[in-house]
Design a protein around this ligand. Structure first.
Ligand SMILES: Nc1ncnc2c1ncn2[C@@H]1O[C@H](COP(=O)(O)OP(=O)(O)OP(=O)(O)O)[C@@H](O)[C@H]1O
Ligand SMILES: [Mg+2]
Length: 376
């Protein structure tokens, strides 16, 4: 399977998170995976500039990974934040907009995202109905578009939902992530935002997704994120201006898994005024995930989705996807080893679950729940 930008982002994010938490061993593994992924992506790049920028990013990630090795031996003293070591100027600043604006037409739909029914309905109300029935909406004075902020623990489907929204709307999906901004926007942020907005406005419908939007927080002494600090406020200002151009149907989605770090500027009216909690999956959502990720594979008759879903309480969607993939891998390997075609059985799944820790701690869940409560 070819490496996707998503894969790279996940590894990179996990690596930086682990690094921030001082978990050097796993940070190293993830950062090496991220470096491998971005190298792979550099081969797929269409221009030399992009290839170079990605290779440079790979080198920086390798440096970070090496750094983790050192850190295992010498305990660190200084206040060391992950983002400070992110690539800050791997710049192909002169690159033209076509080269860095990554647009895609996602094919995934809401039905591919388990659970989150309230959230989907909210997005329908705000976006899908007014978009789909533009004339009626105008008659009734209902305005389409605007901004929705998705917040919640890692791996709960925020990015996936943003893509699925574009899929539902048949809209073009533009994604802005810190990795992009840091590697490609250096020096020309302002012009680039304008180009991005112009490109989006030229589409009949567009979803602009800003991932890791908390990167906007002023990070003192933190050289590395100064680009983000300049860029995101500009995007936010642009959003306000955008609303007034009636013609363009553009939805802004933002996502964060550290909402308490958000700058209040993000939440000002006319920006991301709708805030939606994306929690860990509830029981029906977990059953649905098992259907999505196991039902099409060779499963044993004794496999009981509801029972497994009960055991999976506290796991994130990403954890559950991992558990399903892993549960398929073991019988596959046995089948390959000539033991006849094996099935995915309850025992294997239980074993994989037992070996897989929950990626979100109960304390972290509580922090999100409390934050969500305080907001409502
Ligand atoms: N609700 C869900 N339904 C189906 N699959 C899910 C769901 N949530 C997560 N997954 C699986 O986990 C993967 C990662 O999810 P995603 O990247 O959307 O999480 P996220 O909330 O954006 O995480 P982060 O905060 O770390 O960016 C998805 O690609 C999908 O395979
Ligand atoms: Mg995400």
């Amino acid at each position: 399977m070819s490496t996707t930008w998503d894969t790279f982002e996940r590894y990179r994010q996990r690596g930086l998170d682990a690094r921030r938490a001082g978990q050097w061993q796993s940070a190293k593994v993830y950062l090496l995976e991220a470096a491998r992924a971005i190298l792979e992506l550099s081969k797929q790049a269409q221009t030399k500039e992009l290839t170079d920028a990605r290779q440079e990013m790979a080198e920086r990630l390798l440096d970070l990974a090496r750094d983790c090795d050192n850190a295992t031996n010498t305990k660190r003293q200084k206040g060391d934040r992950g983002s400070s070591a992110e690539p800050s100027s791997a710049g192909d600043a002169g690159a033209s907009a076509e080269q860095w604006i990554v647009k895609e037409k996602p094919s995934i739909r809401f039905s591919d995202v388990a659970g989150l029914d309230d959230v989907k309905e909210e997005i329908r109300l705000k976006m899908i109905y007014p978009f789909a029935h533009a004339e009626l909406a105008e008659k009734f004075g209902i305005r389409a578009g605007g901004g929705i902020l998705l917040y919640g623990p890692p791996g709960t489907g925020k990015t996936m939902l943003a893509k699925a929204t574009a899929g539902e709307l048949d809209a073009t999906f533009f994604r802005i992530s810190p990795a992009d901004v840091l590697s490609k926007w250096v020096g020309e942020a302002e012009q680039n935002i304008k180009k991005l907005f112009d490109t989006a406005a030229a589409e009949p419908r567009a979803v602009i997704f800003i991932d890791e939007i908390e990167s906007l927080i002023p990070a003192r002494r933190d050289e590395g994120s100064s680009v983000m600090q300049r860029v995101v406020p500009q995007i936010l200002q642009g959003m306000e201006g955008f609303d007034k151009q009636k013609k363009s149907q553009i939805l802004f989605l933002g996502a964060t898994n550290v909402p308490w770090q958000l700058d209040p500027a993000v939440l000002r009216p006319g920006r991301f005024d709708e805030k939606v909690y994306i929690p860990l999956p509830d029981l029906p959502a977990r059953v649905r995930m098992l259907e999505l990720y196991l039902a099409n594979r060779p499963i044993a008759d004794d496999l009981d989705f509801s029972a497994i879903a009960e055991t999976l309480a506290g796991y994130s969607g990403a954890d559950i996807k991992y558990i399903c993939d892993r549960s398929a891998l073991l019988p596959f390997l046995q089948s390959v080893a000539g033991r006849g075609e094996q099935m995915i059985g309850g025992e294997t799944v239980d074993q994989v679950i037992a070996e897989t820790p929950r990626s979100v701690s109960p304390e972290a869940v509580k922090r999100f729940d409390d934050w969500a409560k305080a907001l409502s």
